[in-house]
Design a protein around this ligand. Structure first.
Ligand code: FE2
Ligand code: FE2
Length: 401
């Protein structure tokens, strides 16, 4: 079973997993074991589907890793978000079904706790139908997995206070689902503008944090509402909103470092990652490896270094099942992820440099940690070497002075 980008689908390919639209998770567009009709391919692109899983020997063993339960829960949370957001858009009165959202987050969390909670096979929902809803759901999922890994580390390192702050992750999930809700009050022309926003538009766009906070603060516990208000607040004191003192009207100094509530620090990392890996009205989707590299360089100082380091151990730059080109010209498939050495996963050789399928005895597995002269060079026709160089370890780059 392999991940195949939609543009690389070929006649005769058979699905290893159903293709479902987020809006209709119970009624897949195409069932497992179906041959993909070539005339459907342009429609898949239009729906925003980027890749499909197809059957391929000898990668059947990847099917055992794939947890359909995680995907199912992810979609269920999405449906709850959708129901709520649509109700708000329809009635323009705020009737958030907090109990429904909390229940969906609670079930997702319980599931993640019972599984290995890894993101190796994470399926990002795409934005074909509504960016805001898909993005909110993805951020919730990513933030929960990140927080669970952080929690494990806090307990292992006996950071009792931090472990206590992370106690009720349902509130983190709830805050993430609502984090960009305020964008529903920003004009559509600004939210969907394909070009760069001017200063006035940018100021209005940035108000989505305070608009959202006003929408939710009476309905959810403070830890969830804070995520909505502070998810653009950066560790180094940059970011927004800048709040005013209610007595004097003067602008307060920005929140920075550990003054920013921990759920907001987690949400901010998940938010930046998901926004950059999704297709937007003004940009194409980027590969995970590129986004992770940009986060290390362009976002220096933005994130809590401990959370950032756990994030790099959580999100694989090369997802399992992805076909990659090695620097010796061989085509291979990623079959495992090493959290401590994210850019050097375990791969299985598939095709020779001339593009010929390798015979079974030559399809050996290579742990790239053991072969320093070999690296992943290509993904989907893109040279990724500039991005892998900065990801040899899970430790973030030092912040700029
Ligand atoms: Fe936001
Ligand atoms: Fe966001």
């Amino acid at each position: 079973m392999l991940r195949v980008p939609v543009h690389a689908i070929q006649p005769g390919m058979v699905l290893a997993r159903p293709i479902a639209l987020p809006t209709k998770p119970d009624r897949p567009l195409l069932q497992r074991d179906c041959e993909i009709p070539m005339d459907l391919v342009p429609h898949l692109k239009r729906f925003g589907i980027r890749e499909v899983w197809v059957r391929r020997r000898p990668f059947e063993f990847l099917e055992d890793l794939l947890d359909e339960g995680a995907i199912e829960h992810h979609r269920r949370v999405y449906l709850q978000v959708r129901r709520n957001f649509e109700a708000i858009l329809r009635d323009s009165t705020l009737e958030i079904d907090v109990a429904g959202l909390e229940k969906a987050v609670g079930e997702l969390l319980a599931f993640l706790r019972s599984s290995d909670g890894s993101l190796a096979l994470f399926e990002q929902l795409d934005a074909f139908d509504n960016y805001l809803m898909a993005h909110s759901t993805n951020v919730c999922y990513l933030a929960l997995v990140l927080a669970m890994n952080l929690q494990r580390r806090s307990i292992a390192e006996r950071h009792v206070e931090q472990a206590q702050d992370l106690a009720d992750l349902r509130l983190l999930g709830l805050g993430c689902l609502m984090h960009d809700m305020g964008k529903m009050l920003v004009s559509r022309e600004i939210v969907h503008k394909p070009g760069k926003l001017d200063a006035r538009e940018m100021a209005e766009m940035r108000r989505h944090t305070t608009y959202g906070y006003q929408m939710v603060r009476r309905h959810v516990p403070p830890q969830a509402a804070q995520v909505v208000l502070h998810h653009h607040q950066r560790w180094d004191g940059s970011g927004y909103p800048r709040l005013g003192d209610s007595r004097t009207g003067r602008e307060l100094p920005p929140l920075a470092g550990s003054e920013i509530p921990i759920f907001c620090r987690i949400a901010t990392v998940a938010d930046v990652y998901d926004a950059a890996t999704m297709r937007r009205c003004y940009s194409e989707a980027k590969l995970p490896v590129q986004v992770l590299c940009e986060m290390r360089h362009q976002c220096r100082g933005f994130f809590d270094p401990q959370i950032e380091s756990v994030f790099y151990q959580t999100v694989p730059p090369f997802p399992i099942g992805q076909t990659v080109g090695l620097s010796d010209g061989v085509e291979a498939v990623v079959v495992d992820f090493h959290p401590s050495s994210p850019a050097r996963p375990r791969v299985k050789r598939l095709r020779s440099p001339k593009g010929e399928a390798l015979p079974p005895h030559a399809q050996e597995e290579i742990d790239l940690r053991d072969v320093p002269e070999l690296e992943i060079a290509w993904v989907d026709g893109q040279d990724v070497r500039p991005y892998t160089a900065c990801q040899q370890s899970s430790v973030p780059e030092p912040a700029l002075a």
